[in-house]
Design a protein around this ligand. Sequence first.
Ligand code: AMP
Length: 200
Amino acid sequence: MLNIVLFGPPGAGKGTQSAKLIHAYQLVHLSTGDIFRANIKGGTELGTLAKSYMDQGQLVPDEVTIRMLESEANKSPDAKGYIFDGFPRTPAQAKALDQFLATKNTSITMMLALEVEEDELRKRLLLRGKDSGRADDIDPAVIQKRIDVYRNETEPVRDFYQEQKKYFGIDGIGSVDEIFERLCAVINSELSPDSYRDQN
Ligand code: AMP
């Protein structure tokens, strides 16, 4: 299996690049942010709980997030691999993900980390807020909180994969296609390209 953690701060382009990568490599996209938003839209109990954290730019508790991610992954038992987008966001989530994948006799292949500086993130998120109307992209204080939470709680996840020699940093500045090519170059250099990439 090809299991990729697509990592980076809010606004780094994880969602945009995930959409292209799942197509190119025939992977299942698991975005915890998207799943929470679908629950909010559907008016579920999980959605109500998640919203109370998301609206403040805080992380939804690990236990809830891990359980949800596992049940979502179990919906695609025949997947050739997964892209984890916005997960893991804490070391506890990273450990839980390793344990979960081990029960399926697989593991994370690599972490691809999109690197974008803070000023650029703030600009991108405010712009996205205007277009998408995402509540957590509209208020500059909530945007700043999410960036701070990323630095304090999520960045340590990088060390977790660095210790496993699975970490790859990628310049996240440039056009969508340029960044996509950088991601593909790393993936292909780690894998035999013919076995995974859909060339058509
Ligand atoms: P995202 O769409 O990835 O930017 O996530 C939006 C919000 O959903 C975050 O600011 C968190 O409140 C919540 N969220 C998404 N993924 C996670 C996660 N792995 N752990 C905790 N909270 C999460």
